[in-house]
Ligand binder design. Sequence first.
Ligand SMILES: Cc1ncc(COP(=O)(O)O)c(C=O)c1O
Length: 449
Amino acid sequence: MTLTVDTPAAASGAAILRRQRVRESAARTYARSFPIVPVRAGGMTVEGADGRRYLDCLSGAGTLALGHNHPVVLEAIRRTLDSGAPLHLLDLATAEKDDFTTTLLGSLPAAVADGSRVHFCGPAGTDAVEAALKLMQTATGRRGALAFTGAYHGMTAGALAVTGNVGVKSPLPSGGEVTRLPYPYAYRCPFGVGPQGAELSVAYVERLLDDPAGGVVPPAAMILEVVQGEGGVVPAPDGWLREMRRITAERGIPLIVDEVQTGVGRTGAMWAVEHSGIVPDAMVLSKAIGGSLPLAVVVYREEYDGWQPGAHTGTFRGNTLAMAAGAATLRYVAANGLAERAALLGAGMTARLGALKDRLPAVGDVRGRGLMLGLELVDPAAGPDSCGAHPADPALAARVRAACLQRGLIVELGGRHDAVLRLLPPLTITDEQVEAVLDRLADAIEASV
Ligand SMILES: Cc1ncc(COP(=O)(O)O)c(C=O)c1O
C-alpha cells in the first residue's frame, strides 16, 4: 500500500478540514466553531491556509499571555534546543527547572511564596487540580470538597466532580463528595436578588458549614476561581473572596485557588489573588505559565506537604522547553508591566463595551477583570427575571461568533447556555488592535441582532 499524504505545507485547507471532520472525535470543540486551518501566527494575528488573517481573542483559551510566537519565547526555546539540554526528564533536577521555579516563586506574592512547596504535575490544568485535591485529602484525612456553581476545573474525574457544568458531568455515574455552593454572579444571582447575592452567599456558606444537620461532613478543601472563566467570565468581589478565606481559615478547611486561567497578568495583577490580598493554602497554575507549551504546577503551604514519595506522579512532568518558555514569559510580563497594562486596557474596553450595551438591548451584561472580559447576550424580547436579566440567547451568541470570524476576529463563547462572548486577547495587544477588536465586535453584534 502506498501512503499518499500531503506534506503539511502542501495540503489544502479544505482537504485538511474535511479529513479532520471524518477522523477526529465528535467531542471536537473549537474546531467546530472555527473551521480554519492556521498556518502562521505572530502576536495576536493568525493566518489561515486560505490566506485570511484573524485577530485572535481566544489566545489558546487564555494560554498565550504574549500572543503567538513571541520573540522572547522563541528565543528561550531556541536557546534551550541549541544548548543540548535533555527535553524530557520526568521530575529530575535541571537548570531550566531551577530557573523556572525561582522565577515563578519570585513572581508570586511573598506571603504565598514564602514557606511554600511546588509540585510539578502532568502538563494540564486538570492534573494540577487533581493533585491539589489529593494533597489536601492526604493532609486532612478527609474526602469531600466544597466547590461553586459555574466552576470549571478540568475534565479528569476529581476535577470534573468539582466542575459545575452539568452537561459535561451528567454521563458519569457520580459527582463525588462535592458540596456545591453559590458563586456570586450578580447578573444571574443564585438567590435571585442581584449584587447583594454575594453577602447572602457568605451567610449561606458559613451557616451551612456550622449546621450540624446541614449534611456537610468536614471537607478536605474548598476550591474556587477568582474570576470564573469557562463559567462565563464572572469575577468574584474581593470582599467575598476575603470572607471565603476567613470562613475556611476559621474552620481549618484548606483553600485552593485555581489560577489556571487567571494567572500571569490576565486579570490586571500578576496573580488574581493579589486583588483581594487573600493567601490561599494552595494555588493551581497552568496555561500561561508554560509560555505556550504544556506545564502545570501546584504551589502550596509547606505544612500540607504530607505526601509520600510518588504520591502524585506523571510521565510528562519535566518538559524542559516549557520551563524555559514559561520562565521567559513570566519575566517578560513582570519586566514590561503587562499586568498593569492589562488592567488599564481592560478598564477602557469595559467602558467601551458598556456603551455598546447601552445602545444594544441584546447585550445584557458586560463584565470581567483586566483582559478577561465577557459580554452576555440575551433575548430582550423575553421578560426579565427578578434581577432584571433577560434569558440567555445562545443562538444569537453563535451568530455573533460566526459574524466575528467573517470579520477576521476569533472570539469564543462560554458561560451558561454558551451565551457569553469571551474576550481573552494577549496581554501584548496594541492600542490599534484594541480598536480593531471593538469595531469588529460591535459590527458583528449589530449585524446579528
Ligand atoms: C480555571 C481552570 N481550571 C482548570 C482548567 C483545566 O485545564 P486543562 O484544560 O489544561 O486541563 C481550566 C481550563 O480551561 C480552567 O480554566
